[in-house]
Design a protein around this ligand. Structure first.
Ligand SMILES: Cc1cc2nc3c(=O)[nH]c(=O)nc-3n(C[C@H](O)[C@H](O)[C@H](O)COP(=O)(O)OP(=O)(O)OC[C@H]3O[C@@H](n4cnc5c(N)ncnc54)[C@H](O)[C@@H]3O)c2cc1C
Ligand SMILES: *[C@@H]1O[C@H](CO)[C@@H](O)[C@H](O)[C@H]1NC(C)=O
Ligand SMILES: *[C@@H]1O[C@H](CO)[C@@H](O)[C@H](O)[C@H]1NC(C)=O
Ligand SMILES: *[C@@H]1O[C@H](CO)[C@@H](O)[C@H](O)[C@H]1NC(C)=O
Ligand SMILES: *[C@@H]1O[C@H](CO)[C@@H](O)[C@H](O)[C@H]1NC(C)=O
Ligand SMILES: *[C@@H]1O[C@H](CO)[C@@H](O)[C@H](O)[C@H]1NC(C)=O
Ligand SMILES: *[C@@H]1O[C@H](CO)[C@@H](O)[C@H](O)[C@H]1NC(C)=O
Ligand SMILES: *[C@@H]1O[C@H](CO)[C@@H](O)[C@H](O)[C@H]1NC(C)=O
Length: 629
C-alpha cells in the first residue's frame, strides 16, 4: 500500500501510536516479533531502536507501574533522588550478610518503573574509559566493543545542553567530544556552589590529583566536573528519552505492572533449544500468561533480575537448579556468577559556613522556597545531583599490594578509586542526622576484585533472589578503600580548603592507623548500587565455567532466540558509573540485532536500496569478521 506522505504524517500525529496496557488480556492475542523484558537503560533503547523498522512489532514488559509514573516529581526533581530508596519505585531488595562489612546486609536499590534504575539513580553520566571498552573487546574477541568502535554511539546517544543556570562552562567540559542531537540530554551542574572553586583549586595545587577537563574523553583519571543526565533542571530518564518518542510509532506496545517469570522453550534448531516465548504474571497468586514471538526474547531486567529469570527458566548451573526442582534446559554454570559492584564510604567534615546543601535537608522552609523556584523555572539548588565534581585515581605503581596481587584495572585510563564530593552531610549507614554544616567525600572502590553472585532462594519467581555483592571481600578491595581514605585526607588538606574545612566529623575523626581505617570501612561502607556482570559476555561459542553466559553479540550461549541487553552483560563492571555504558551497550545491541536479521534474510537483500548498504557497511565496521556479501 502507498501512503501519501502528508496523510501518513497526519495519521501518525492523530491516532496511530503505541499503547501502554496494564491488563495482559489486552495484548495476549497480538503477534510480536520481539519481546523486551524490563524498561530500564537497556530495554528502553531497544524498544526505541527496534521500532524504527515499521515492519517489526515490539512488546515491552515492565514490572513497575503506570505510564506517567516516570513524571512523578520525586523522579523529575534531581535533588529528590534520595527520596526514591524504599519508595514505590524501588524493588526494596536487601543483600545477604556481607562478611567484608561485619556481616551487615545492605539495601540494594533497583528502579521498578518505566525508566528502571535511570529513574531512581544519581544521574552521573560516564562513558567509561578507553581501557574498559578495549578490555571488553579483548575478552570477547570482538573489536566492535572497543572504545574506538563504540565512540560513534557515544556521540549518538548524547544531547549536551546548557546547565539550568546557564553559566559559562568554559574549562568545565570539552564540548567537541559530545553529541548534541541524541535522545539522552546531559548537562553540567545547574547551580554553582562555594565549594566548586575549592575542589578545582585543590586539584591544581596537588599534582597527585590533577585536573581533567572532561572525564568522558576516554581517559577518566583526575578531578573534573560531573556531567549528569539532567536537562532544564529535570532528570532525563530512559523512559522520557527513548520510550516516549517510540510510543509515537504504531509498532510498540508496553505492558506494565507485569513481571516476567521465565523464558519458555518453543522448539529446537539443529539440536539447540529455541527460547521464543515468555511467561508472565501480575502477582504471585494471579494467573500465568504466555506469549510467543517470531524473532527474539530480549532480557533487559537488570543485573539482579536477568540472571534470576534465566535460572527460573532452567538456564544456569544444573548443580544449583536441580535441588530447587528446576529442570536444566541449558547447563550454563556462569549464570548469576561474577556479580560486581562498587563499595562506597562517606567521610564528612564540619565547615566554616552556614550556606551548604544541608539546608535543603534540615530546613523545611528553605527547601520549600527552593521547590517554588524549581517549579517556577527549573532553577535553584534542587536541579543538582548529589555532586558537582568527581575524581578518579589510581594507586601508585609501587603500592605494596601489587607485590602480591595483579593490578585489577583495565589499564592506565581506568581508576582504582573514586572521589565524589557533596556539599552536605551524607551517610548511608544509620544514625541520626547531625545538625550543622558539612562537606562529604565519598571514597568508592572502582575496579573491584571481589566477585559475588545472584542465586535463587526458591523456584518461586516472586521470591527475591539471594543477592551477594561480596563487598570488600578481597585484600585488594580493602587495600584500595584504605588508600582511598588516606588519599581523601591528602586532598582535603590542600591549601584551597584553608578557612573553610574545620575538622573531620564523627567516627571518621577517630581513625588513624591502617587497622582503624579498615575497621571504619567495614562498619560504615555501603554500595553505589552498580550491580553488574551476572550474565557476562565471553568468547563466541565457548561454554563452561568461567567462559561467560553470552556470546559477544549478547545472545545467550547454547540457545536460539534469546539475548541479554543490560548491565548483566559486562565481563567487568565499568570503572565508572555504569548507566551510560548500558545505554551504549544497548545501542550497539540494536545494530547487532538488525545485522542478524539481515544475515538471515540476505537472499532478499536489495542492493538497489542505498540505506541497506549503508547499514551493512556500518555493521561491517563493528564486526571482527568479514560479512559474506
Ligand atoms: C540508587 C542508584 C543510584 C545509581 N546512580 C547511578 C549514577 O549516578 N550514574 C550511573 O551511571 N549509574 C547509576 N546507577 C546504576 C544505573 O542506574 C544502572 O547501572 C542502570 O540503570 C542499569 O540498567 P539496566 O538496563 O541493566 O537495568 P535497570 O535500569 O535497573 O532496568 C531494569 C528494568 O527491568 C525491570 N524488571 C526487572 N525484573 C523484571 C521482570 N521479571 N519482569 C519485568 N520487568 C522486570 C525493572 O523494574 C527495571 O525497570 C545507580 C543505580 C541505583 C539503583
Ligand atoms: C517498596 O516499599 C515501598 C514503601 O513501603 C512500597 O510502596 C513498594 O510497593 C515496595 N516495592 C515493592 C516492589 O514491593
Ligand atoms: C560473619 O558470619 C560468619 C558466618 O556466620 C561468621 O563465621 C563470622 O565470624 C561473622 N563475622 C563477623 C565479623 O561477625
Ligand atoms: C581559586 O583559585 C583562584 C586562582 O588562584 C583564586 O582567584 C580563587 O580565589 C580561589 N578560590 C578560592 C575559593 O579559594
Ligand atoms: C508457544 O510455542 C509452543 C511451541 O510451539 C507451543 O507449544 C505453545 O502453545 C505456544 N504458546 C502460545 C501462547 O502460543
Ligand atoms: C524548562 O522548564 C520550564 C518549566 O517547566 C518550561 O517552561 C520550559 O519550556 C522548559 N524548557 C525547555 C527547553 O524544555
Ligand atoms: C527564576 O525565577 C526566579 C524567581 O521568580 C527569578 O528570580 C529568576 O531570575 C528566574 N531565573 C531564570 C533563569 O529565569
Ligand atoms: C613509591 O614511590 C614514591 C615516589 O618515588 C615514594 O615517595 C614512596 O615512598 C614509594 N612508596 C612505597 C610504598 O614504596
Amino acid at each position: 500500500m502507498r501512503f501519501h506522505p502528508f496523510l501518513a504524517v497526519l495519521a501518525a500525529a492523530a491516532f496511530v501510536h503505541g499503547e501502554i496496557y496494564s491488563d495482559p488480556a489486552e495484548i495476549i492475542d497480538e503477534r510480536y516479533d520481539y519481546v523486551i523484558v524490563g524498561a530500564g537503560a537497556g530495554g528502553s533503547v531497544l524498544a526505541n531502536r527496534l521500532t524504527e523498522d515499521p515492519s517489526k512489532k515490539v512488546l515491552l514488559i515492565e514490572a513497575g507501574s503506570r505510564q506517567a509514573d516516570y513524571k512523578n516529581l520525586n523522579i523529575e526533581v534531581p535533588w529528590f533522588a534520595a527520596l526514591l530508596a524504599n519508595s514505590r519505585f524501588d524493588w526494596n531488595y536487601t543483600t545477604v550478610p556481607q562478611p567484608g562489612l561485619n556481616n551487615r546486609s545492605l539495601p540494594f536499590q533497583r528502579g521498578r518503573v518505566l525508566g528502571g534504575s535511570t529513574a531512581v539513580n544519581y544521574m552521573i553520566h560516564n562513558r567509561g574509559s578507553r581501557d574498559d571498552w578495549d578490555r571488553y573487546a579483548e575478552v570477547t574477541g570482538d573489536k566492535g566493543w572497543s572504545w574506538d568502535a563504540m565512540y560513534p554511539y557515544m556521540l549518538k546517544i548524547e544531547k549536551l545542553v546548557p546547565p539550568a543556570d546557564g553559566h559559562n562552562t568554559d574549562g568545565q567540559i570539552d564540548p567537541s567530544i559530545h553529541g548534541t542531537d541524541g535522545p539522552l540530554a546531559i548537562s553540567l551542574p545547574g547551580f554553582l556552589l562555594g565549594t566548586d572553586e575549592r575542589v578545582v583549586n585543590a586539584s591544581h595545587e596537588l599534582p597527585e590529583f590533577r585536573y581533567n577537563i572532561d572525564q568522558n574523553s576516554g581517559d577518566m583519571i583526575g578531578i573534573g566536573w560531573a556531567q549528569s543526565t539532567i536537562a532544564n533542571g529535570t532528570r532525563t530518564t530512559s523512559a522520557g528519552s527513548y520510550i516516549e518518542p517510540a510510543l509515537l510509532r504504531p509498532n510498540l506496545d508496553i505492558l506494565v505492572d507485569t513481571q516476567v517469570t521465565k523464558v519458555l522453550q518453543t522448539g529446537n534448531h539443529d539440536g539447540t533449544p529455541v527460547f521464543r516465548g515468555v511467561e508472565f504474571a501480575q502477582s504471585a497468586t494471579g494467573p500465568l500468561f504466555q506469549i510467543n514471538v517470531t524473532d527474539e526474547v530480549i532480557l533487559a531486567a537488570g543485573a539482579i533480575n536477568t540472571p534470576q529469570i534465566l535460572l527460573l527458566s532452567g538456564i544456569g548451573d544444573s548443580a544449583e537448579l536441580t535441588p530447587l526442582g528446576i529442570e536444566t534446559l541449558v547447563d550454563l554454570p556462569d549464570v548469576g556468577k561474577n556479580l560486581q559492584d562498587h563499595p562506597l564510604l562517606t567521610s564528612s567534615y564540619t565547615v566554616n559556613s552556614d550556606d551548604t546543601l544541608d539546608n535543603l535537608i534540615s530546613d523545611a522552609a528553605y527547601a520549600g522556597q527552593q521547590f517554588a523556584l524549581w517549579q517556577a523555572n527549573r532553577t535553584g539548588q534542587l536541579v543538582l545531583s548529589p555532586t558537582n565534581q568527581i575524581g578518579w585515581f589510581r594507586l601508585p605503581e609501587n603500592a605494596s599490594i601489587w607485590e602480591t596481587h595483579p593490578d585489577p584495572t583495565a589499564g592506565p585510563t581506568s581508576s582504582h578509586y573514586e572521589f565524589v564530593f557533596t556539599d552536605a552531610y551524607i551517610s548511608f549507614v544509620g544514625g541520626p542526622r547531625p545538625s550543622g554544616h558539612f562537606f562529604t567525600v565519598f571514597t568508592n572502590v572502582i575496579s573491584p576484585t571481589s566477585r559475588g553472585s545472584i542465586t535463587l532462594k526458591s523456584s518461586n519467581p516472586f521470591d527475591p533472589p539471594l543477592m551477594d555483592p561480596n563487598m570488600l571481600g578481597t585484600d585488594v578491595d580493602t587495600f584500595v578503600m584504605l588508600e582511598a581514605v588516606k588519599a581523601a585526607r591528602r586532598f582535603m588538606s590542600a591549601p584551597a580548603w584553608n578557612g573553610y574545612i574545620l575538622e573531620e566529623y564523627g567516627p571518621f575523626a577517630e581513625v588513624h592507623t591502617d587497622e582503624e581505617i579498615i575497621a571504619y570501612a567495614r562498619k560504615y561502607a555501603s554500595t553505589v548500587n552498580h550491580a553488574s556482570c551476572t550474565a557476562a559476555m565471553g568468547k563466541r561459542g565457548v561454554v563452561g565455567e568461567g567462559k561467560g553466559v553470552l556470546n559477544p553479540d549478547l545472545t545467550v550461549k547454547g540457545t536460539v532466540g534469546l539475548r541479554v541487553v543490560d548491565a548483566s552483560a559486562f565481563p567487568y563492571v565499568p570503572a565508572a558509573h555504569p548507566m551510560a555504558p548500558v545505554y551504549l551497550l544497548a545501542e550497539r545491541a540494536a545494530d547487532l540485532i538488525r545485522m542478524s536479521e539481515l544475515l538471515d534474510s540476505r537472499a532478499v537483500l536489495d542492493a538497489s536500496r542505498p540505506g541497506e548498504w549503508r547499514l551493512m557497511n556500518q555493521l561491517q565496521e563493528l564486526l571482527p569478521f568479514r560479512l559474506p556479501f
